[in-house]
Design a protein. Structure first.
Length: 323
């Protein structure tokens, strides 16, 4: 069988899944009785040993090493390997899998998702996982591995939603405008596509990534927030303006006059430290800062330095950011 499937970016396509089955069958045949084999996924890189079942899972999630077309580390003899197959593999240009970045984000949000990449033993004590959190992870993983429509090799459901939502924000599209074009795209695609029908449905999918916010009702004149100890008030303490809109008959509704959207800071800081892409940058102010009177980072500012002088214990921990 051709091994072009190794470079197929669509890991939920029949070609790719059939290829994994062929590899697993080959590995079992060449290593009879073995419970663990080298994992040739892009993260383990044939350096870690996993159960055969976990290897199959890794290959779906991470993809196989693109250059591993001759399975010599799993029992294939180099002199018996198909030279025509090797030539065919060399002639194929590497394909960038846009789903990789989304999978990285999912692993940043749910650290337990990459636990097997640390070569954890089967008899190790498992880390407790919240059932609701795991359910969110499974939904995201399903959307990340599901083709946008049968045969689509460019987008999964999740990557399509991420791309469209990115465009909405970048070009400042209203929800109404976004819903219109989403409906047009959905009609253009095959009927069994997985594109959401509107912005609300798309946002619901992305909520699992933790990009949420908290709604806080506010005074129409920006005097105060109806929050915490003031959460039950119906009028502003400063200007006596009603919290809610009035009908034409001068009756009070339950529709607030103004709503503020608060982006909680703590979980966003946690996300920055959980991500392998940003964790080291969050310690730059402590580990790589150069005191040369050049303003290249907020830590070079006088306000940051004054804060560090006022709270030396806080400043001593490189994970703390004064800004």
């Amino acid at each position: 069988m051709s091994r072009r499937w190794i470079q197929n970016p669509n890991r939920c396509s029949d070609e790719y899944l059939d290829g994994i089955e062929d590899f697993i069958e080959f590995a079992r045949r060449q290593n009879p009785g073995a419970t663990r084999i080298r994992c040739p996924c892009r993260k383990c890189n044939n350096t870690l040993w996993e159960t055969i079942e976990n290897v199959g899972f890794h290959l779906v999630r991470n993809g196989m090493i693109e250059t591993y077309s001759i399975w010599n580390l799993h029992g294939e003899q180099l002199d018996h390997a198909s030279s025509s197959n090797a030539t065919r593999m060399d002639s194929v240009e590497p394909i960038v899998d846009h789903n990789d970045q989304v999978m990285d984000i999912i692993e940043d949000v749910f650290p337990f998702a990459s636990i097997n990449n640390n070569n954890e033993r089967e008899d190790d004590v498992p880390t407790p996982i919240d059932s609701a959190e795991f359910e969110q992870y499974e939904k995201l993983l399903k959307n990340a591995n599901q083709e946008l429509y049968p045969g689509c090799e460019s987008f999964s459901v999740l990557t399509a939603i991420v791309e469209l939502m990115h465009g909405k924000i970048k070009y400042r599209m209203s929800n109404l405008c976004f819903d219109y074009f989403l409906g047009v795209f959905k009609r253009m695609l095959p009927t069994d596509n997985g594109l959401p029908k509107d912005h609300k449905q798309a946002q619901k999918v992305l909520n699992g990534l933790g990009f949420g916010y908290e709604k806080i009702q506010a005074c129409k004149n920006n005097c105060m927030l109806f929050y915490k100890e003031h959460e039950t008030l119906d009028t502003c303490l400063i200007c006596n303006e009603s919290r809610f809109k009035m009908t034409s008959q001068n009756r009070t509704t339950k529709i607030p006059q103004k709503v503020m959207r608060y982006l909680p800071l703590k979980p966003r800081f946690q996300r920055l430290y959980m991500s392998t892409h940003t964790a080291t940058d969050m310690r730059w102010h402590k580990e790589k800062q150069v005191d040369d009177d050049v303003m290249r980072h907020p830590a070079d500012g006088e306000a940051w330095k004054e804060f560090n002088r006022m709270f030396p214990e806080f400043a001593a921990d490189p994970r703390n950011a004064a800004g």
